[in-house]
Structures are given as structure tokens and as C-alpha cells.
Design a protein around this ligand. Structure first.
Ligand SMILES: [Mn+2]
Length: 178
């Protein structure tokens, strides 16, 4: 997609990254996040293998969902999500990714980072900065919304209830004055 950077479709401009200021004055680095992924950066073949495995899990889940519906079990359940929660290496990968993203945001003097890439939705505080991941729309079906007061919330498609917001607004003195 980087080949399309700079292209504008109506009100939508394709950019590599953006500094987003929320309504309450917090500054976030808005970025896809692959730059924080040591695997895709240094071990291309592992990334390709992982991509194929993920595709397979999403496909298997399609049949599993069908079976669950036939059995009258309601609600969406993600096999890939289950695998990610259970496999220690996957969790370590997620934590390394989050740390790398937060480290990058801190170096740039920002309040946090909003990214995606790893298909793992969350809003967390890490060492005083906000780590926000929108997840994905192919399996977990999650997104991040900003309320008019600047509060960020993780929303899940098809769920009546939304996940609790773990990020508390951080207003730095310099932003409060503005
Ligand atoms: Mn990606």
C-alpha cells in the first residue's frame, strides 16, 4: 500500500503515518505498525508461514462457526484468537510488538500510539503511555472510536456490550493550556 502514499480520494488521503491529536489534547502516532514487527522485518519466511497459518485458521473457523450455528451456539468465537491467547510464543511476540511501539512513541515525545497490524485489539497503558490497537476486520471485527471528549473506545462488531476502556485520558500541562 505504501506505493499509494500521497494519493487522495476525495477527503481520504493515503499517508504512511500521522500525528493525531485527540479532543482532550493527547498526541498519538497513528501508524499501521509493521515497522515494529521484528519478524516481518528480519525473518521474511516466518512471516509468510505465519500468514498462511493465519489464513488457514480463519478458514477453519468459518466451518467451526457453521457447526456452532447448527448446534444453536450463539456468538462469534475466533479460533485464531484462541490460538494467539494459548501459544506462549504468540503472546511474547505481541508483548515485544507493544513494547517496541511504545518505545517509538516515547522517543517522539508523544502520549501514545494507535496501530493495527497484529490483529490483536486492545487499549492499554504501558509505562504511562497509551497503547491502542484497532485489531482487524477479517477475524476479530474490532475498531477504535474516539468520543467527542477524546476518550478512545474499543468496539466489537456484533457484540452488544463493548470492552472496558483501559486508557485514562492523559493531559499534559502544555496541552491543557492550548
Ligand atoms: Mn500488517
Amino acid at each position: 500500500m505504501r506505493d499509494y502514499c500521497g494519493i487522495i480520494f476525495g477527503e481520504i488521503e493515503v499517508v504512511d503515518e500521522l500525528i493525531h491529536e485527540t479532543a482532550d489534547g493527547r498526541r498519538f502516532l497513528l501508524i499501521h505498525g509493521d515497522v515494529f514487527d521484528q519478524v516481518t522485518r528480519h525473518h521474511r519466511w516466518v512471516a509468510v508461514l505465519g500468514d498462511k497459518a493465519y489464513d488457514l485458521l480463519v478458514r477453519l473457523n468459518h466451518w467451526l462457526s457453521w457447526g456452532r450455528r447448527k448446534l444453536g451456539i450463539s456468538g462469534y468465537w475466533s479460533l485464531a484468537g484462541y490460538a494467539k491467547r494459548k501459544v506462549k510464543t504468540a503472546l511474547n511476540f505481541i508483548f515485544d510488538f507493544e513494547d517496541s511501539a511504545i518505545h517509538h512513541a516515547r522517543e517522539r515525545g508523544l502520549d501514545g500510539v494507535i496501530c493495527g497490524h497484529i490483529h490483536w485489539a486492545t487499549i492499554r497503558e504501558i509505562d504511562g503511555l497509551s497503547y491502542v490497537n484497532c485489531g482487524d476486520w477479517v477475524d476479530s471485527c474490532t475498531a477504535i472510536v474516539e468520543h467527542f471528549d477524546g476518550r478512545l473506545e474499543l468496539v466489537e462488531w456484533g457484540m452488544h456490550q463493548t470492552l472496558p476502556v483501559l486508557a485514562t485520558p492523559i493531559i499534559e500541562p502544555e496541552h491543557a493550556e492550548a
